[in-house]
Design a protein around this ligand. Structure first.
Ligand code: GRF
Length: 195
């Protein structure tokens, strides 16, 4: 069984896509063990609660871009307590550090709204528009100590249309994310034996 621990800070549309894929029978052997957010009233927590999934707000501590080490230690223990064997970052707006990286080696994945290695960091769709490229997309990658630098597991491409606004491009990328992420998770499930 592949047990997901889903971390997010926002509306949770990627969690919604994963749950929809599960409902449609597209992710056999996959369950969501727990959903955690650093934002108290994030949509992702409401979505989890509405589905009867364990949903936790984790006060992040005094930093803006990462969790305090003690908080991250607590998070690793929480994920373990829910049997998590794949940590899924779905719009989690904090960098993952130690001790979480070591607690889940090669078992933390992230989705990023660009064709990495192009446009790491924040608001990648705006970076793509500003650069004048003709194609954008999204990437699922393993999380390492860098910012959007880990091994690439899957990508999906979308066109940039003439006159695209940031909002229109972001929506097109998000629709691609919602197809890509469940597919990559299915790949992990195929590697994960029962027991
Ligand atoms: C996604 O666009 C993803 O690329 C980025 O954060 C966003 C999360 O959206 N990392 P949602 O909360 O899953 O709707």
């Amino acid at each position: 069984m592949l047990t997901l621990g889903v971390l997010g800070s926002g509306k949770g549309s990627n969690l919604g896509a994963i749950l929809a894929a599960m409902d449609a029978g597209g992710l056999p052997g996959v369950r969501v063990g727990v959903v955690v957010s650093d934002v108290a009233h994030a949509g992702i927590l409401g979505l989890a609660a509405a589905r009867g999934l364990p949903a936790h707000h984790l006060p992040p501590g005094r930093f803006k871009t990462k969790l305090e080490p003690g908080v991250e230690q607590h998070l690793a223990a929480l994920l373990r307590a829910h049997g998590v064997n794949l940590v899924v970052l779905a719009g989690f707006m904090r960098l993952v550090k130690e001790p979480l990286l070591t607690a889940f080696p090669r078992r933390i994945v992230n989705i990023h709204p660009s064709l990495l290695p192009a446009f790491p960091g924040l608001r990648a769709w705006e970076q793509a528009l500003a650069a004048g490229v003709r194609e954008a997309g999204c990437t699922v990658h393993l999380v390492d100590a860098g910012v959007d630098t880990g091994e690439i597991l899957g990508q999906a491409r979308v066109p940039i249309e003439p006159g695209d606004t940031p909002e229109a491009l972001h929506a097109r990328i998000q629709a691609a994310e919602h197809r890509l992420y469940p597919g990559v998770i299915a790949g992990f499930a195929a590697l994960t034996k029962d027991g």
